[in-house]
Design a protein around this ligand. Sequence first.
Ligand SMILES: Cc1cc2nc3c(=O)[nH]c(=O)nc-3n(C[C@H](O)[C@H](O)[C@H](O)COP(=O)(O)OP(=O)(O)OC[C@H]3O[C@@H](n4cnc5c(N)ncnc54)[C@H](O)[C@@H]3O)c2cc1C
Length: 394
Amino acid sequence: MKNQTVLISGAGIAGPTLAYWLARHGFRPTVVERSAVVRSSGSPIDVRGRAVEVAERMGIMPRIRDAGTDVIGMRFVNANGRQVGRVNMRALRSAAGSREVELPRGDLASILYAASREHAEFLFDDFIVKLDQDAGGVDVSFNRAPRRRFDLLVGADGLHSAVRRLSFGPESGFVRHMGIYVATMRLGGPFESGREVVMYNTPGRAVAIHPSRGDALAFFAFRSAAVPDFDYRDTGQHKRLLAAAFADAAWRVPELLTRSQRSDDLYFDSVSQVRLPHWSQGRIALLGDAASSVSLFGDGSSLAMAGAFTLAAELAAAPNDHELAFRRYESKHRALVGPKQQGVAQAAALLIPATRFGVAVRNLATRLWPAAAAAMWLGRRLARGSKPPDHLTV
Ligand SMILES: Cc1cc2nc3c(=O)[nH]c(=O)nc-3n(C[C@H](O)[C@H](O)[C@H](O)COP(=O)(O)OP(=O)(O)OC[C@H]3O[C@@H](n4cnc5c(N)ncnc54)[C@H](O)[C@@H]3O)c2cc1C
């Protein structure tokens, strides 16, 4: 086999999944991760569709189920905390006969890392600073580790991918702000809502508390045009933006906002999509959010796992022809990603209605159970591009 050593940048969701499958196919993967440990923050995400099959074949589905948030509903409340709408998530899931599991993003990342750590070399607290590819391989300079040569390189380093910047060009050419900023932080203990997510909306803003199995999580989202000097690494700026966006909000927002200003675990970013004409150049390919972020509402983690599985399978099928393997991976995986990138606006309209009227209609709709809740479920599915089961079609 010519292309045996593969460097993967990023140990989020896509990176460890790819490392696992490459190793299973006989490659020698190395993963470089900028952070010193697997990062633990982020909202709960869903493992669904093809990702369930991938996880089953990795033998990690029981661990994923054990880490499931087990949320049974989502309550919408007004400024006084009074319920004004509700979605029965348990009923929707069982009506759909779904095998999907919702779990904290950080738990999924840890499970995938645990499954792959013995099959790959991991370099934490390091990152690529320079790349040079030629016909026979890619020379990589790291920030800390000595310079090395690899047969192939895969950028699985997320929305703000360094591999994409170094080999395809600046982020501004590929990353599209979707008009929303989002923040999450852990609350460090249980929340009294039991197994229900509680959300408070004002026009263009949403604040939610997710019980997340006793380790509750706060979620903020607000509509805003792109902030001109936005820096995804500047936590001070994130805290200022959050404070300004929610300054006059009621319910429990003042308390959550105060905590966000003290938090050392705040995740804040623009909700963005990534669109590139091609996902590979020579011996370098992109995967997960780096290639095709679908944004907050669009199944990014499940797609990242499915894409990693496909990329490894195509490389194994054409071990001496990486260009063919990259082309096949891209054409297969784009067919999954494309439709999901289309429907994000509908999901945003339901979770973060832009107007007072929109908030009222959404709340009313959830009270007209079950038809309206099914419609809402359909809205989410549409946003994710999957086909509704016949009995839920309204
Ligand atoms: C901390 C965190 C919190 C998140 N929270 C949310 C959320 O609340 N809601 C949501 O919808 N999505 C969130 N995401 C994005 C979500 O995880 C992805 O959409 C999805 O999981 C796709 O996975 P991925 O592996 O492509 O990217 P990611 O999960 O983003 O993983 C990318 C990995 O690459 C690492 N990395 C970044 N730059 C470099 C570099 N230069 N060199 C080496 N490694 C690098 C990152 O530390 C990370 O571990 C979050 C991502 C992160 C990293």
